[in-house]
Design a protein around this ligand. Structure first.
Ligand SMILES: Cc1cc2nc3c(=O)[nH]c(=O)nc-3n(C[C@H](O)[C@H](O)[C@H](O)COP(=O)(O)OP(=O)(O)OC[C@H]3O[C@@H](n4cnc5c(N)ncnc54)[C@H](O)[C@@H]3O)c2cc1C
Length: 467
């Protein structure tokens, strides 16, 4: 900001309180899988998280369901991510398990169960957790990060690790370390945020009867549009994208948008929280008035923060682009595969959503190089801010993919720690072998260029499903 007043803070001596092999910043899907993988592969691992629980958007922002783990035919995301999904189902009680046992796509999130599962699984891996802690500065030594300054109730201190995993979702560490990045589209446009929430007192049987009798679909397009025409809902999104039945009376909602929010700015997050909660109030009145089965609902919980779909995308050694997605390209250094569609939510109430599907049974590779940030040797960035163009970010960003990328980053970190090398020196064939041995799926012919390329761009289908 021009002419901004500044203050120079006296230099400080800070205690070095932790010296793990690997530090993971951020306890969302990415960081959880990264920490588990690093620890299981023998590295002493510390996971730091600014909140008092794990799960990131899936718990803090109450994103109501896991996006598909499958390509419509088989699970594409396996390994730690799939295991965590199954553990949540098991822990959520007999009724939940019965309802979703066979389901791998759009499984609802039972938030409190998921938080406990994440705690237990990270601790069981041997990784340590430090909650209520923010990473706010990196110390640099040439191309290496030599320390990470953290801030919490105990004060400021330094973590000195060998390897650093940025799983902040916003590439906070990379940005602090001076890695080049892009935010949003050419005009700075960003996907909107959504304040998700959970209601109780719904009647699933009555709601399903309404769908059956009227031919209305789950996302309630007709009902939403009628309410918009009557002025009972604001213009914008024409449907409820995510309605997830956690029990027959408790439902999670991902509904409506708050526009113009940059999730790396506290002021924007504050405005979005306030606007988001107002919007929920409007939606509660809409649901009670228009949707059979929802007449007597009560709001239980709104997100601790607005859900953020998009912020920074780092510049990495390879940038995955939409042509790679559409041609279902494989790479020599694939560490995961993605079959989720390009799901870019409208940047303002007047524009339309971009949605592009791959054919059933098809996926593309996610190369290791997308996680390697320009100019830094012991930093890796995983999750929704890896190096990709904007359309691909609109696909890669979902939680199953984040688990897969996080797992690869964690295994790579453990390997680099033992060999005392940087992330770029990690032997990728060995990394791929370990990932496959540990349950990940890298395609029928892991690491071989050309797999899945038989179907060309023209076979891509378009429809209007989305999270
Ligand atoms: C409204 C909405 C709906 C969505 N719907 C779905 C869906 O239905 N299914 C699906 O699978 N995906 C969905 N997504 C996408 C998905 O939830 C996120 O993209 C995904 O959770 C990203 O995972 P992540 O671990 O990379 O980041 P996050 O989930 O954002 O986790 C990052 C973690 O890092 C912590 N953190 C950040 N910075 C710091 C710091 N400096 N110091 C310490 N801690 C820090 C945060 O507190 C957070 O816990 C949705 C997203 C939104 C916003």
């Amino acid at each position: 900001m021009e002419n901004q007043q500044t203050v120079t803070i006296p230099s400080q001596s800070l205690p070095v309180n932790h010296t793990p092999d690997v530090v993971v910043v951020g306890g969302g899907a990415t960081g959880i899988a990264a920490a588990i993988a690093a620890a299981r592969n023998g590295a002493s691992t510390l996971l730091i998280e600014q909140r008092g629980y794990l799960g990131g958007m899936g718990t803090a922002a109450l994103v109501p369901a896991f996006c598909p783990y499958t390509d419509g035919e088989k699970p594409v995301i396996r390994g730690i991510g799939l295991d965590l999904l199954e553990k949540m189902k098991q822990a959520a009680g007999e009724k939940f398990l019965q309802s979703y046992k066979e389901q791998l796509d759009w499984v609802p999130i039972d938030v409190e169960t998921l938080k406990r599962v994440y705690d237990a699984e990270v601790l069981a891996s041997g990784a340590k957790i430090l909650f209520h802690t923010v990473a706010d500065q990196v110390l640099l030594d040439g191309d290496r990060i030599s320390g990470l300054v953290i801030s919490n109730k105990s004060g400021r201190s330094v973590i000195q690790a060998k390897l650093y995993i940025d799983a902040s979702g916003d590439a906070d560490l990379a940005a602090l370390a001076g890695v080049p990045f892009q935010v949003g589209g050419e005009q700075g446009e960003l996907q909107p945020g959504t304040m998700c929430y959970v209601v109780t007192g719904a009647d699933r049987a009555r709601f399903e009867q309404f769908l059956e009798e009227t031919g209305e679909r789950n996302q309630l397009e007709r009902t939403v549009m009628e309410a918009q025409r009557n002025g009972d809902l604001p213009e914008g999104r024409k449907r409820i994208s995510g309605m997830a039945w956690i029990t027959d009376s408790v439902v999670g909602f991902n509904f409506g948008h708050v526009f113009g929010i940059d999730g790396t700015k506290a002021e924007d997050l504050t405005r979005a929280a306030i606007e988001g909660r107002k919007l929920i109030d409007t939606q509660m009145r809409f649901l009670r008035k228009y949707v059979p089965g929802f007449e007597h609902i009560h709001l239980v919980h709104s997100g601790d923060q607005i859900g953020i779909r998009e912020t920074r995308r780092i510049q990495g050694d390879y940038t995955l682009v939409v042509e790679d997605f559409l041609s279902m390209r494989s790479f020599e250094d694939d560490i995961a595969r993605n079959s989720y569609f390009i799901d870019i939510h409208l940047a303002n109430a007047g524009s339309t959503m971009t949605i592009k599907h791959l054919p059933k049974g098809k996926s593309h590779g996610v190369p290791y190089r997308c996680m390697l940030p320009h100019g830094k040797s012991n930093l890796i960035v995983a999750g929704r801010s890896v190096s990709s163009d904007r359309p691909v970010q609109g696909s890669l960003r979902v939680m199953p993919n984040c688990f897969a990328m996080g797992e690869a980053a964690g295994v790579a970190a453990a390997m680099a720690s033992f060999a005392r090398i940087g992330f770029r020196e990690v032997p990728v064939p060995e990394l791929q072998r370990k990932l496959v041995e540990q349950g990940a799926w890298l395609g029928e012919r892991p690491g071989q260029a050309g797999a899945d390329q038989a179907v060309a761009v023209g076979a891509v289908t378009f429809n209007d499903e989305c999270e």
